[in-house]
Design a protein around this ligand. Sequence first.
Ligand code: ACO
Length: 457
Amino acid sequence: MPDTLTIIDNRTGKRYEIPILYGTYPRHDAAIRGTDLRPIRASDEDFGLLSYDPAFLNTAACKSAITFIDGDRGILRYRGYPIEQLAEHSTYLETAYLLLHGELPTAAELEEWTREITHHTLIHESIKKFMDGFHYDAHPMGMLVSTVAALSTFYPEARNVNDPETRRRQIVRLIAKMPTIAAFAYRHRVGLPYAYPDNELSFTGNFLNMMFRMTEPKYRPDPVLERALDVLFILHADHEQNCSTNAMRNVGSSLADPYVCVAAAAAALYGPLHGGANEQVLRMLQEIGSKSRVPEYIARAKRGEFRLMGFGHRVYKNYDPRARILKEMAIRVLDITGRSPLLDLAMELERIALEDEYFVSRRLYPNVDFYSGIIYQAMGFPIEMFPVLFAIPRTAGWLAQWQEMLTDPEQRIARPRQIYVGPDARDYVPLDKRGGRAAATRGDDVGRVASVSDTTL
Ligand code: ACO
């Protein structure tokens, strides 16, 4: 059987043979090249057939060897390694190395990688002053996005994105400095003096130090919470072509420097339908307030009045494997920090939703954000910090994807096509000739555009 697709254009009766491409698993990732549709034309003036796919529901924008997801079976792997094994045995820094380099490091490579990251955690004092300029109640995610973008002005050589060594230096800087900027954003907001990095602590231990250190001469993180945060960071490190990674690749494709690319990716992550969802989960649980009100909220979600935050996923049509790990972790962390009524409420919400026909038929399951917020809150992080806590580890994934995009000979500046549905060519009307009639014409145009149906496209 040939690996081709036969298309017959009924407008012309012409027949086209289009090759089918495969990824590692032919039954999982099979595709045709979008540009192979271009020769399909109804006439010589015709531009050629496009595929129309708003929100990329069925479009592969790249080939990638970084993360594998099988949403139907609830599988997530980084560079082939199952997320469950990495969560059990690896550390965030080792996982970041794996994502960026393709292989797990040797002991010597891991030591050098850890040393390098640890020695780049400080930020320029002027960045600190820059952060001082934010209003006292600025959202920490807004501060993070702007401050990461500002790093671009401190490292002008970063724009040399085609040089591997320059790229490597910025990757180290970004992974190292994100926790510092994040913690400084938090301390600015609560009016505490900035706490500087402590090189003797682990990546997550140091982050907890910069967040929560008060007057003690040496901050000692709770080892269980330090490890829990490390696992959370592993689970959030990459998730293939999601909204923020797509932003990273898109902006990066114009060869912008990695600081502004990460700022763009973090901006995409900020939205409530993406990384902002864990913040919304906590607010939703607080609003529901008690188990007795769960059925009322489920009914409202079914009537389309609101979305059950932390539920549903574009790719997973099964239990998100990260949510499974986090549910167990939430129980363990809360054993130490003290049981939260919000965890009981979340578990009840999940139980009822998973029995309900509405959620079952739409294959809506808890996603990574459903339990992460409860753990973060138990650890003492304020709700506003939740998307920031997502952005810190996702930086490794963004950078791995950015690097892969830059070194992929098939990639060029990202530039989608459109299907134009606006007015046909018309002559400019001088201002004194417009008036009521011009407004009416404009109204007609809007009506015409709105009436273009799916089939006319
Ligand atoms: N609550 C109630 N109904 C939902 C939910 C939800 N959380 N999610 C989807 N649905 C319903 C939709 O109303 C729709 O129903 P319909 O077919 O009757 O119209 C159906 O399920 C399909 O939903 P879509 O919006 O088409 O799914 P899409 O793939 O576009 O959206 C998304 C995925 C954005 C994650 C969505 O499920 C959602 O809004 N979830 C809540 C926000 C959230 O938790 N986001 C975090 C995602 S994970 C991450 O970014 C790390």
